[in-house]
Write a protein that binds this ligand. Structure first.
Ligand code: C2E
Ligand code: MG
Ligand code: MG
Ligand code: MG
Length: 279
């Protein structure tokens, strides 16, 4: 999959660092320092009801504002964070800040939003994940039903027994579970049915050419129909134009995200987007 690179991120610098063990250590050290120095921040992308065009939720997406390099996107550092184990700390930071923001918006009288947080594989495999999540829910005061944890197919399809146990313990907290980037991994459909999942997000690679490529349209349509018949919510990622949105609406896909509606933006801009909608 081709990942989006931010206009401000330095694309040459980081991948080169990644190939070099010593620089990799530098990168880890920089990330540790970044955590201490509060260099990480969250952007929020609205999740839209495709029929009413209302914002129903937000997805928190991490960014790194490096003092010298500028804004760095997750594709540049999540992998190294994952390999070094720093992802545990980073993931908790994201979860806590996303929950705090959801509560802040609720307290500011905004329509209450669903807050989606991406989990990494290593984070998902922590033995005490559910109690860590429970602690953050208690500390921040978010209503558990308002929190969605986004997992990928590849994460849930390894070690199926432990996946099932972890998903159950998370569901017991009352949070929602979403399967992100759906279609890019190898999901067993029978497990899809057995896992307590609430939502599927169709990967943007199927949405890109949905209005021009009949194969992609067929896949999207099949995933939507399957989701609906399994009682799952279905969200289309990466909607960039009106044609894609219209076609997805026709296919009975109820929710979507993408640059067509809004890029991921800072919290203040997100709130302004919602206020504009309410007028
Ligand atoms: P994702 O969870 O699938 O997030 C969607 C990505 O697609 C985001 O990239 C978003 O900016 C981008 N996107 C949204 N709409 C469009 C569109 O219309 N067109 C295109 N081309 N792209 C669009 P971003 O923020 O760079 O994040 C990339 C990935 O990094 C995420 O994919 C997620 O897997 C990971 N990630 C982001 N934040 C976190 C985090 O806090 N923790 C973990 N573990 N992973 C994260
Ligand atoms: Mg996601
Ligand atoms: Mg995705
Ligand atoms: Mg992804």
């Amino acid at each position: 999959r081709v990942k989006e690179h931010g206009r401000n991120s330095v694309r040459q610098f980081i991948p080169e660092m990644g190939q070099n063990a010593i620089s990799r250590l530098n990168m880890e050290a920089a990330m540790r320092r970044g955590l201490e120095q509060n260099e990480f921040l969250l952007h929020f992308q609205p999740k839209i009801d495709l029929l009413t065009r209302k914002v129903v939720g937000a997805e928190a997406l991490i960014r790194w504002q490096h003092p010298q390099i500028g804004l760095i996107h997750p594709v540049e550092f999540i992998g190294i964070a994952e390999e070094s184990g720093l992802i545990i700390q980073l993931g908790e930071w994201v979860l806590r800040h996303a929950c705090e923001q959801q509560v802040r918006w609720r307290e500011a009288g905004m329509p209450e939003l669903q807050m989606a947080v991406n989990m990494s594989s290593r984070q998902f495999r922590q033995d005490d994940l559910a109690s860590r999540v429970a602690q953050i829910i208690a500390d921040t005061g978010i209503r558990p039903a308002r929190l969605t944890l986004e997992l990928t197919e590849s994460m849930v399809m390894q070690d199926l027994n432990s996946t099932l146990a972890t998903l159950r313990s998370l569901k017991n907290l009352g949070v929602s579970i979403s399967l992100d980037d759906f279609g890019t991994g190898y999901s067993s459909l029978s497990y899809l049915r057995r896992f307590p999942i609430d939502e599927l997000k169709i990967d943007k690679s199927f949405i890109n050419d949905i209005h021009t490529n009949p194969d992609d349209a067929a896949i999207a349509s099949a995933v939507i129909a399957m989701s609906l018949s399994l009682g799952l919510d279905v969200v289309a990622e990466g909607i960039e134009n009106a044609e894609q949105a219209a076609q997805l609406r026709e296919m009975k896909c109820h929710q979507g995200q993408g640059y067509y509606f809004s890029r991921p933006v800072e919290a203040e801009q997100f709130a302004a987007y919602i206020r504009r909608q309410e007028d």
